[in-house]
Write a protein that binds this ligand. Structure first.
Ligand code: PAN
Ligand code: ZN
Length: 204
């Protein structure tokens, strides 16, 4: 039973799991993820920072097996919107997942793919968040330090990014008066358009 795959050493400060692969996602990998496209282009012109990394362990694959990943999201915002992961549905829609907060403060945005109903659940040290079947999920760092977490999922879950890339999440988590708030994406865009129209009218 003693097998190198049975034990791993993870560092929640660096995002590294000893001897395992790490994927880096930079700002340029997150095109169309943020609600404010102008703010995104402005941020990208200023540089292409790493927004998050995921190190993963895949001890065995097949029915009943588990994989897990250590994620770290940097603190920061594009416009008013906090740094976030791309978000995905599991390719095998029945696959649930468990997230454990390790350090920092943030949210998991869960959105049912059929009803579109969404909920933002706090993710922090000491909390475990259950991602049910058929729920698109995105992780968001609303704090001032890196947010790290472990996600444990069936080995056959897979990632489906396409559905999210096409329509994005219905809700966005933005900073408002110094605090994170969850707002409807369309409402946010409408309010911004209305505000910029008022500004234009005032200038004329
Ligand atoms: C996690 C995610 C990780 C990065 O391991 O893959 O948080 O998010 P994206 O995959 O959306 O870029 C997980 O949910 N695996 O199933
Ligand atoms: Zn997942």
């Amino acid at each position: 039973m003693i097998h190198t795959e049975l034990l791993s050493f993870f560092d929640q400060n660096t995002g590294v799991i000893k001897g395992r692969p790490t994927v880096e996602r930079r700002l340029s990998d997150l095109r169309s993820s943020f609600v404010d496209e102008n703010a995104y282009e402005t941020a990208l012109n200023a540089g292409d920072p790493i927004i998050y990394t995921v190190a993963s362990v895949e001890p065995a694959t097949g029915p009943g097996q588990l994989h897990y990943g250590l994620g770290i999201i940097m603190p920061g915002k594009v416009g008013d919107e906090y740094y976030l992961t791309k978000g995905h549905l599991h390719a095998w829609r029945e696959a649930a997942e468990l997230y454990f907060g390790l350090s920092g403060q943030g949210f998991m945005l869960l959105e049912d793919e059929h009803s579109g109903q969404s909920i933002a659940i706090p993710l922090a040290p000491g909390s475990a968040v259950y991602v049910p079947a058929h729920a698109a999920h995105r992780t968001i760092n609303t704090g001032t330090v890196p947010l790290s977490y472990l996600g444990v999922y069936p080995s056959e879950a897979g990632h489906d990014y396409g559905a999210i890339a096409n329509r994005n999440f219905g809700s966005v988590v933005i900073e408002h008066e110094g605090k994170p708030v969850v707002v409807d994406r369309r409402q946010y865009l409408n309010d911004r358009t209305a505000a910029s129209n008022t500004e234009t009218a005032e200038k004329n």
